[in-house]
Design a protein around this ligand. Structure first.
Ligand code: PA5
Length: 466
């Protein structure tokens, strides 16, 4: 039996935090059936094929397709320019940072650098193209809808750049597209230009797509061991389907956060990553939790305004920036620590300046010990202050456990969706801002949005005149 990511939620309990601050045994017992029903309902959706992410680790074809393509390139590219946004960018970035190290503290040998352009601030693409060598750059354009304005604009610019520098034929060979297999303009363009094409299954939405070629392709190109990643995801998937809170960390943590939010006013979940390796993963999670659970209406169209706001913090850096607020500010937060049991490196602190109080006790210890002590100190201080906190413990922060964590978090978001009784898999708010952008820039077919914008502008102007 492979080792699993640990979930320690002792410090969420009222027994340790004090009455009124944490979860009681009685309320957890009372919710047991609700949790069991959530599992049943969600697995029915999976069975009906509505939601595809739980099955991804067991589909070998995408991994093989990606691996074969990457092999065929024989290390031809020094850079991978990833064009995408939201669920089409955060996963690959998290995988790159987890496997190759945070910027600028990168591994010495990486097959290619991943350059993620997930914004349309002109500076980014300008600088990217200034720095990158077009002959040594593979452009990977990722968009499920095949039409997001940011990604399509970046694609036009990057493709034009390649074509100008290398000519049409070669430019087309240096683009790989990841999109829906049956619809969208990117699909049509990719087919026309014969770009290398990878599919995102229709029943896997953006933020749940990291285990499709959305994450697998860029990750494999920059040397991430995608087989270990998928293996980790597959190994924990079984536990994530169990109906018992004790054996299913995704279900237990979903229920805990749900109760903390709806009964105890912990409307903010702070992901406190005591690991730079996992830092980008925390941003991936932030999107998953926010976009999946932040919903105006529930499944019966009743207004609920649901969702817990995810915030990311980095230990120990943010102990000197945020912890004061978490310990003494409003009681509206639940802290979730992410910690590595073993770091990939041990760094000794030399025994120097031993006669001074502030250096003597450090000499001979390791940075690893200091890191662990800081996390324990923060955990203890929060607990003493009656602030709920829990810990996900990664045996190691490598591909295997990142794969486990990604799967766990996706199940957690899905179960939380069932508990809130909302659709965790749509994003009408995101779609609205996409549609309004299309309308503002004159895309055909968005007349309703255009008249909405005109009304808004008139209203605003008349208020400004008053
Ligand atoms: O999770 C989601 O569905 C969104 O965040 C999308 O990933 C994001 O809006 C980008 O969409 P697309 O991949 O269609 O370009």
């Amino acid at each position: 039996m492979p080792q699993m990511i640990g979930y320690d939620w002792t410090n969420l309990r009222a027994d340790i935090l004090g009455p009124g601050h944490g979860l009681t045994r009685a309320e957890l017992e009372a919710r047991r059936e609700q949790a069991r029903v959530a599992v049943g309902k969600f697995l029915d959706r999976v069975e009906r094929g509505e939601v595809g992410f739980p099955r991804l680790p067991f589909q070998t074809e995408p991994v093989e397709q990606v691996a074969q393509y990457v092999r065929s390139l024989r290390g031809r590219y020094k850079s991978v320019l990833l064009l995408g946004i939201g669920g089409s960018a955060l996963g690959p970035y998290a995988l790159d940072v987890a496997a190759n190290g945070p910027h600028p503290f990168r591994k010495k040998k990486i097959p290619a650098e991943l350059v993620v352009v997930d914004n349309v601030d002109p500076l980014l693409l300008h600088r990217a193209m200034e720095r990158l060598d077009p002959r040594k750059t593979l452009v990977v354009v990722v968009t499920k809808s095949g039409s997001t304005a940011e990604t399509m604009a970046q694609f036009l610019i990057a493709y034009h750049w390649l074509r100008k520098k290398l000519g049409s034929k070669r430019a087309a060979r240096q683009v790989a597209a990841v999109t829906d297999p049956s619809k969208g303009d990117l699909l049509a363009i990719a087919r026309r230009k014969k770009f290398e094409l990878f599919a995102i299954p229709p029943n896997v939405g953006g933020r749940f797509s990291v285990l499709t070629p959305v994450g697998l392709l860029p990750a494999a190109l920059v040397g991430v061991n995608i087989r270990r990643l998928v293996q980790g995801a597959g190994d924990i998937a079984e536990a994530c389907r169990l109906p018992e809170l004790e054996s299913n960390p995704a279900l237990a943590s979903a229920l805990h956060q749900y109760i903390l939010d709806t009964r105890y006013g912990k409307t903010i979940q702070v992901i406190y990553s005591y690991s730079n390796t996992l830092w980008a993963l925390a941003f991936w999670y932030r999107q998953l939790w926010a976009e999946s659970l932040g919903k105006r209406v529930d499944r019966s169209k009743r207004e609920v305004l649901s969702g817990q706001t995810p915030v990311v913090a980095l230990g120990v850096t943010d102990q000197h920036s945020q912890s004061q607020l978490y310990m003494e500010g409003p009681r509206d937060k639940a802290v979730t620590f992410w910690e590595e049991a073993t770091s990939a490196h041990t760094v000794r602190i030399p025994k120097l300046f031993g006669k001074y109080d502030s250096t003597g006790y450090l000499g001979g210890k390791t940075l690893n010990e200091l890191f662990r002590a800081e996390k324990s100190a923060t955990e203890l201080a929060l607990t003493e202050a009656g602030r709920p906190n829990s810990t996900f413990l990664f045996p190691r922060a490598d591909e295997y456990y990142v794969g486990q964590m990604m799967m766990l978090c996706m199940f957690q978001a899905a179960y939380a969706g069932e508990l809130y009784d909302i659709n965790a898999f749509d994003q009408p708010g995101v779609q609205l801002s996409k549609d309004l952008t299309y309308a503002l820039l004159g895309r055909p077919g968005f007349d309703a949005e255009r008249s909405r914008i005109a009304t808004y502008r008139k209203q605003k102007e008349s208020l400004e005149k008053k």
